[in-house]
Design a protein around this ligand. Structure first.
Ligand SMILES: [Zn+2]
Ligand SMILES: [Zn+2]
Length: 135
């Protein structure tokens, strides 16, 4: 029974999976992965739990225009770069220089910077290797 604020076993397993899985999985990928431990879970339940975990701040939702929503168990400030070939998302440690630029740019605007959201795109090392082999 789901009483009070106790996390359900399902939710804990889902959270666990996202934290361990450093690939920033989509809901489908989480579903495939947790089914090994929760064979009877439905995709709808996975979606519901992901939504709840994001709302309570346990995980981060990453939405990139035109791409499937992804989930990140690492809540620290960092940026992501998306591979334009395979769609893989890689962590980029927050670059403080970038934030300094933002702060300077914003200095005269009267705004106080709270968060920075940048979409970076590139070709990942794996895909670059494939390209080299094709040559
Ligand atoms: Zn790639
Ligand atoms: Zn990340």
């Amino acid at each position: 029974m789901n009483t009070g604020k106790r996390m359900t076993r399902q939710r804990r397993i889902i959270l666990d999976d996202i934290r361990k899985n450093r690939i920033h999985p989509t809901a489908d990928e989480v579903y495939k992965s947790v089914r090994k431990r929760l064979p009877r879970i439905s995709l709808g339940t996975v979606y519901r739990n992901l939504d709840l975990l994001a709302r309570t701040g346990e995980i981060r939702k990453i939405s990139i225009a035109g791409k499937q929503m992804r989930f990140d168990g690492d809540k620290s400030d960092h940026m992501h770069i998306t591979c334009v070939r395979c769609g893989k998302l890689t962590d980029i440690p927050d670059d403080p220089r970038y934030c300094d630029v933002c702060r300077e740019t914003l200095a005269d605007s009267g705004f106080v910077l709270q968060s920075v959201s940048v979409e970076l795109f590139g070709v990942c090392p794996d895909c670059r290797e494939d390209e080299d082999e094709e040559r």
